[in-house]
Design a protein around this ligand. Structure first.
Ligand SMILES: Cc1cc2nc3c(=O)[nH]c(=O)nc-3n(C[C@H](O)[C@H](O)[C@H](O)COP(=O)(O)OP(=O)(O)OC[C@H]3O[C@@H](n4cnc5c(N)ncnc54)[C@H](O)[C@@H]3O)c2cc1C
Ligand code: FES
Length: 262
């Protein structure tokens, strides 16, 4: 169950170009959060950035009772967030959302992340019981590569790609996924990132008959299913064959065979 909480910021650090990590003390979130869930943050006290901003739970330390979020500065909300300091209180609703499906049946798993979509996948890798855990992460260029050591420690094999080749493979992260699938089977793929990447991952999963879940990072308004800002198309048994679902209420995680990405 999600709760409205006022928690203490333990630390804040810049971890890459325009990207920050905030560690938050919260026994409730660290005890209850499962991979794929997010927090809805009130970024400022005034009327600017009034709406809460959704940010994924990136890592959880149950022993310390803390969790981490990582975010890229995009606009006013994340700009405010980057100015927070250790010791300050942060107003959150957490943990929220339909999580990734984890099962002891999934022995070989692959996570595929693009840009800010990599963040929820670290928590997932750490919680997965899969004996083979592959990470495929794509970034614009080396300045945006984040959490390399953390993903390397949490996976058996970390594969990085950049658009310009300044770090890792030059090209699409989905090329790396497909190369792996040509070599060996994967029980499930979990993906989060920009829509063109998700579209590619879903196509590859279908071609290789592999289970796949995607986490959608749609722009949000109310965050509680009352507006249509976060609408996405999902398959339905009606005349049109589809309906609108809400990422905030029905997601953010969906099975790839239930979502329609136009
Ligand atoms: C479930 C979920 C989890 C998320 N997890 C993370 C995370 O872990 N780390 C992270 O950095 N971001 C994450 N995001 C995206 C994050 O919520 C937005 O970047 C943030 O709300 C932007 O707020 P802002 O006030 O800084 O920008 P705004 O001023 O609201 O917008 C600035 C610009 O960014 C665009 N924009 C805003 N939100 C989004 C969005 N969701 N997708 C694409 N473009 C957008 C706007 O159209 C505008 O051009 C997540 C989104 C969702 C829905
Ligand atoms: S953000 Fe308003 S319905 Fe999802």
């Amino acid at each position: 169950m999600s709760k409205l909480l006022k928690e203490e910021i333990v630390s804040i650090e810049k971890i890459a170009r325009e990207i920050y990590k905030i560690s938050i003390k919260s026994d409730y979130v660290s005890d209850n959060a499962v991979p794929g869930q997010f927090v809805n943050i009130r970024c400022s006290d005034g009327i600017t950035a009034l709406l809460r901003r959704p940010i994924s739970i990136c890592d959880v330390d149950k022993a310390k009772g803390t969790f981490d979020i990582c975010f890229q500065i995009k606009g006013i909300g994340t700009e405010y967030l980057a100015k927070k300091t250790a010791g300050e209180t942060i107003d959150i609703i957490a943990p929220i959302g339909k999580p990734f499906h984890l099962s002891s049946e999934y022995k070989t798993i692959a996570v595929v992340g693009g840009g800010i979509g990599v963040f929820p996948l670290l928590h997932l890798l750490k919680e997965s019981s899969g004996s083979q855990r592959y990470a495929f992460l794509g970034f614009r260029n080396k300045e945006f590569v984040v959490l390399e050591d953390e993903f390397s420690a949490a996976s058996n094999k970390l594969n990085i790609s950049t658009d310009d080749g300044s770090a890792g493979y030059k090209g699409l992260v989905t090329d790396l996924l497909e190369n792996e699938l040509k070599e060996k089977g994967i029980d499930i793929i979990y993906a989060c990132g920009p829509t063109p990447m998700l579209r590619n991952v879903m196509k590859i999963a279908q071609a290789y008959n592999t289970k796949c879940q995607v986490s959608m990072e749609q722009r949000m308004g109310c965050g509680i299913g009352a507006c249509l800002v976060c609408a996405c198309k999902t398959k339905a048994e009606n005349e049109d064959g589809w309906e609108y679902s809400h990422v905030c209420k029905d997601g953010p995680v969906f099975w790839s065979n239930e979502i329609i990405l136009d």
